[in-house]
Design a protein around this ligand. Structure first.
Ligand SMILES: [Zn+2]
Length: 571
């Protein structure tokens, strides 16, 4: 254990000096042994820091984290740097972000180089020289690397196994799940969980976003074959087409990744729902603290609503404190099959067109998925024209499309604007614009408020009354309405409440959902008890299941009552 405040190691869960809670997170650094030509992972407090455990020579500090560069990527780097093909074939090559280390000597490849390079030419050269490529030297370095870092490996495995057993001990065996994405982190997590729990029947949920690398689908197939006893569920949104949604509400951008709920967490929540109803489950995820700033503020075990995207699960990450180099050490030492994309040079594997991908990843996709890359670029350029960007190609090629916010220039942006008029005849009544006629789907949107009672309304007016679920007192009246300027409208009156405005705000949220829902599935994932389903017939809240917690109408959990408010809002 480690105290971050006093910088000391201890066996206790609290620091003996300051009393703060200690963590399993040792600050780790990468040193280089120029004699063995391999990186050595060293804990900054260890006594023999700066010495190679194999040859006892002096090591020197190199960097904070590192990944191996496989022969496929090494050849590509040689071509990019205009070196002789296979010039580095006998060298020990590693990388960290845009920096490559060749026998310990660092070379950076700048983003601008990726942009100016002729991808077609590189593809041609790769074909020409891949035959002479070999894993011989590479494999030898990896063997030495594993030998030199044995102690570190044993420590992280032991610690992860203890963590997994401890977390799982609080759940019945059948309610423990592994989230599998086909990336290296989830590969390691799945393997650790399998070994720590000695349960070959562990449930794996594979979220297939429909935007995966071909190698990810292929790897998932191999994984399944290698684990015939594991229960392997595929979570996939078959109902919607990514490109069609892009046409309608615009491509995802860094701040607007609507695709995450629509194609990943939503479908996973559906699978969890169908398997476990509303039981709380434990999911092992390959989330790592060092991966992003937003993740670093989460805990290793997390069940708070803003951290967990699917409400009925507690998320635990055995590899939370692991670095990239730990992941690779484990995969190599334990001889575990992994996604081929890493051999090509991708340092993360997710949706191939993700706005979070860096320049290097985009460049790699140009090389290895040329057709899809071109189609995607053409779409982006067309989209840029549609929303009135003066320099569409520059907008796309410089990556400005990734910084897009809101729905400027999109026809669909009109759907999220809540337009209403205060009723002149009645107090506390508002007339809301609808984008289509008043119907049962709209009435169903009011289930979270209480009991929906059409039989209590005035029949001729098609009025529906909603009763407070605790007191049975009428609190809302809805009726279809004709209003100048609105093609369709509903009149909503609040009654018998102290806070009319609070109630009307939530009404507005539900109207927005009715007008703007694009089936992003966020609401489905948000509902703790699985009362919300979004299908071909529309948005449905099951009155038998709904417990009126109002989470789906609370800004804290769902700003504006609908994710589309964020994605389509205009200034
Ligand atoms: Zn050495």
């Amino acid at each position: 254990m480690w105290c971050n405040k006093c910088n000391i190691e201890t066996n206790d869960s609290t620091c003996p000096l300051c009393g703060e809670v200690t963590v399993e997170d040792f600050p780790v650094e990468i040193y280089w042994c120029s004699n063995c030509r391999i990186p050595v992972i060293q804990v900054s407090v260890q006594a023999d820091k700066g010495t190679c455990p194999l040859c006892k020579n002096k090591t020197r500090y190199m960097t904070a984290d590192l990944r191996p560069v496989f022969p496929e990527e090494r050849l590509l780097v040689e071509l990019i740097l205009q070196k002789k093909p296979h010039e580095y074939i006998e060298k020990s090559v590693w990388a960290c972000n845009h920096r490559y280390y060749i026998d310990g000597k660092s070379i950076a490849i700048s983003n601008s180089l990726y942009q100016t390079i002729d991808a077609d030419k590189i593809v041609e050269l790769l074909h020409q020289f891949q035959e002479g490529n070999s894993y011989e030297h590479f494999d030898n370095y990896l063997k030495t690397f594993v030998l030199a870092n044995r102690d570190r490996l044993n420590y992280i495995i032991d610690e992860a196994h203890r963590f997994i057993r401890n977390a799982a001990s609080k759940y019945p065996e059948e309610r423990v799940v592994v989230s599998f994405s086909g990336g290296k982190d989830s590969t390691v997590t799945a393997d650790l969980a399998l070994k720590a729990l000695s349960n070959p029947h562990l449930v794996h949920i594979f979220g297939d976003t429909t935007l995966e690398f071909p190698s990810t689908i292929e790897y998932a197939r191999r994984f399944r074959e290698a684990h015939p006893n594991a229960i392997f569920q595929i979570a996939k949104n078959d109902e919607q087409n990514f490109r069609d949604v892009c046409e309608d509400i615009g491509p995802p951008a860094r701040m607007m990744r609507w695709c995450c709920s629509m194609f990943k967490t939503g479908p996973i929540a559906r699978v969890i729902n169908s398997l476990y109803r509303n039981q709380q489950i434990l999911t092992f995820y390959g989330i790592r603290k060092s991966e992003s700033a937003s993740r670093s503020k989460y805990n290793r075990i997390e069940d708070s609503a803003d951290a967990v995207k699917i409400q009925q699960q507690t998320v635990a990450s055995p590899i939370f404190f692991w670095k990239d180099i730990d992941i690779w050490l484990y995969l190599i030492a334990e001889n575990i099959d992994f996604n081929e994309a890493y051999r090509l040079g991708y340092d993360r594997v997710g949706c191939w067109c993700c706005p979070n991908n860096n320049r290097r990843a985009q460049f790699l996709s140009k090389i290895y998925m040329p057709e899809q890359s071109k189609k995607w670029r053409d779409f982006l350029v067309g989209f840029a024209k549609k929303i009135g960007k003066p320099d569409p190609e520059v907008y796309v090629d410089t990556g400005k499309w990734k910084a897009r916010q809101g729905g400027n220039g999109l026809a669909s942006a009109n759907d999220v604007k809540i337009k209403f008029t205060n009723c002149t005849a009645e107090e506390y009544a508002k007339i809301y614009r609808l984008v289509r006629p008043f119907d049962d789907e709209l009435v169903g949107m009011f289930v979270p408020f209480g009991r929906v009672a059409p039989e209590l309304g005035k029949k001729l007016l098609r009025e529906v009354i909603v009763l407070d679920h605790r007191t049975n007192v009428p609190i809302l009246s809805l009726q279809p309405f004709n209003q100048d300027g609105y093609e369709y409208a509903v009149k909503v009156r609040t009654m018998n409440v102290a806070a009319h405005d609070d109630l009307q705000r939530m009404v507005g949220y539900q109207i927005r959902k009715f007008n703007a829902c694009r089936k992003c599935l966020k609401c489905e994932s948000l509902c703790r008890i699985g009362a919300i389903t979004i299908n071909n017939f529309g948005y449905y809240i099951d009155p038998q299941k709904c417990v009126h917690c109002k989470t789906c109408m609370t800004a804290k959990y769902l700003d504006g009552g609908c994710m589309m408010d964020k994605y389509l809002r205009t200034k």
